[in-house]
Design a protein around this ligand. Structure first.
Ligand code: AMP
Length: 547
């Protein structure tokens, strides 16, 4: 017997519809690429999202066609989130920090039909557009007056004139909630980037879960500022969970320096913010010497990399702001765990509470997790035994776009598929996860990935390099920076600077290692794999010249 409740698919258009009807006058404020601050309401935003949907129909885009963005956090990007997905197309947010070669590769792999970009990325689009064979329409996120005359990009039109032809009278289509809504490539692992393809159902469920009190705890009383970019895992879902709760949205645009973010937060009475540790380091670094305080900020979610204790303390002691440490990944939409205390922790001392706060937190309802040993056997939740972290749930990938990389899941004895995260951690008796290491061969610098294999491959392409091994070294600002240990070919010579120059143009500038360390040999394991742990031991006294 089936239940007799109304069967309404969970669609992304439902979120903006809800915000329009129930929080129509709540504000969306954006610092624009143009430099000024733009302000309007959910009601106006919903209208313009429908104009986007109509404009995509006019371009004759089919259901599931991909529309790419290269854009900062702002109201036009937000309208695309709804206009593209709501009309049944797939929003492909591209990370502009990638190397142009990678951007072209990703756009071709996704078979993007349209690219919408902020004018600050015009040089990037000029550099890649000839290689993007599937893109038929280029749209600059600006008004007609700001459109560059000689852009060199065929058929370039302004966003405002593009959507301006549409009335906004548009009825969102209804379709299977499992249809794809958006996609995000992760270059976290080695080989070509792979895309997580989110669905309307997964994104809506994630938005519900994110808003829960022990997760992001968003409400209609909040003004939320996502510093975490909308080009990276849907800004942790905030563009979906803010309309669901009626929270005011404040978008920082391209101005991510401490001063600009602080001024916007104060001017717009931001109560809630979210970002990676590097961003907050810059913000706190701006506040401290000037003796500035947050007057409205209450909570901030910090994730993407481990949150240092000094940051939790500085937020609490200097500003009375609660830090919520979060863990997740692109493949998880991204939220997996969030750290809030239970009432049984009330009587703990501050230092014991801190020990818990430093953990990555408890699983959110919808996410299940376990730690396993090398044979896949589940390990105890005792807070000390560590193992490979596996997850499952309705907003976690089952497969990558186009089946890239084969079946990523690992099946247990009951045939249940778990996604191996590439993270290593412990889980304590109360279910708190603590990430202790990574089994994946990557370095995370300022919240962005650097593949150590890519760094090694470039080094060994130099004729004077026999072997190379890249590891991450702790860095006070960027969390980690790569260095490369190199064995020279017998009879050949190369200097540190020569090798660093060799990287130029072959990878994004910030992915070039900070240093080269020449060694006599690189330790290898029984299967010929580089033993990174041994290299880390060898270089334990090494200090980065850039730190
Ligand atoms: P991404 O897919 O780029 O969002 O990166 C996800 C990865 O970032 C995770 O698998 C972890 O390796 C790392 N990560 C995310 N959040 C945290 C955190 N709070 N602490 C430590 N590592 C984290």
């Amino acid at each position: 017997m089936l239940g007799l409740m109304q069967n309404q698919p969970l669609l992304i258009s439902g979120l903006i519809d809800f915000a329009e009807r129930h929080h129509g006058d709540a504000e969306i404020v954006s610092r624009r690429v143009e430099g000024d601050v733009h302000r309007y309401t959910y009601k106006e935003s919903a209208h313009r999202a429908r104009q986007v949907a109509g404009a995509l129909d006019a371009l004759k885009l089919e259901f599931s066609d991909r529309v790419a963005t290269l854009a900062w956090n702002g109201y036009r990007h937000f309208e695309l989130y709804y206009g593209v997905s709501g009309s049944g197309r797939v929003l492909h947010t591209i990370n502009p920090r990638l190397h142009p070669d990678q951007i072209a590769w990703i756009a071709n792999h996704a078979e993007d039909q349209v690219l919408c970009f902020d004018l600050s990325f015009l040089p990037l689009v000029q550099a890649v557009h000839e290689r993007c064979s599937t893109i038929r329409h280029y749209i600059a996120l600006c008004d007609e007056a700001a459109l560059p005359v000689e852009s060199g990009i065929p058929g370039l039109i302004s966003y405002e004139s593009w959507i301006g032809t549409q009335s906004g009278h548009y009825t969102w289509p209804s379709f299977d909630e499992n249809s794809a809504s958006s996609m995000c490539y992760t270059s976290g692992t080695t080989g070509n980037p792979k895309a997580a393809l989110y669905s309307h159902r997964s994104s809506t469920l994630h938005a519900y879960a994110a808003a829960l009190p022990d997760v992001m705890g968003l409400s209609a009383r909040d003004a939320v500022l996502p510093v975490v970019p909308m080009f990276h895992v849907n800004a942790w879902g905030i563009p979906y969970s803010a309309p669901l709760t009626g929270a005011k949205l404040v978008f920082p645009g391209p101005a991510l320096d401490g001063k600009s973010v602080y001024e916007l937060m104060e001017a717009e009475k931001v109560t809630y913010a979210a970002g990676v540790p590097t961003v907050w380091q810059m913000l706190l670094g701006h506040l401290k010497p000037a003796g500035l305080k947050f007057s409205t900020l209450r909570r901030t979610v910090i994730g993407g990399s481990a949150c240092p204790p000094a940051m939790i303390n500085a937020f609490r002691d200097d500003h009375g702001v609660e830090v919520l440490h979060a863990w997740g990944m692109t493949e998880m939409s991204p939220l997996g765990t969030l750290c809030t205390l239970k009432n049984k922790h009330d009587s703990l001392s501050d230092s014991d509470k801190m020990k818990i706060r430093l953990k990555q937190g408890r699983a959110i309802y919808g996410v299940d997790m376990k730690i396993v040993d090398d044979s896949g056997k589940e390990l105890p939740w005792d807070g000390t035994t560590f193992g490979d972290l596996y997850v499952k749930g309705p907003w976690i990938v089952r497969e990558y776009f186009k089946g890239e990389g084969g079946d990523p899941l690992v099946y247990d004895g009951d045939g249940v598929g778990w996604f191996p995260t590439g993270d290593v951690g412990t889980i304590d008796a109360d279910g708190y996860l603590q990430i202790t290491d990574r089994s994946k061969d990557v370095i995370k610098s300022g919240g962005e990935w650097i593949s150590s294999i890519d760094v090694e491959n470039i080094a060994v392409a130099h004729p004077a390099v026999a072997m190379a091994a890249c590891i991450g070294i702790a860095h006070p600002k960027w969390d980690e920076r790569p260095i490369v240990a190199v064995v020279k070919r017998p009879g050949m010579d190369i200097t540190r600077d020569e090798l660093l120059r060799f990287y130029e143009g072959k990878t994004a500038k910030w992915q070039i290692p900070d240093d080269v360390v020449f060694v006599d040999a690189i330790p290898l394991g029984a299967t010929g794999k580089i033993l990174k742990t041994r290299i880390r031991e060898m270089l334990k006294d090494y200090r980065l010249p850039t730190a």
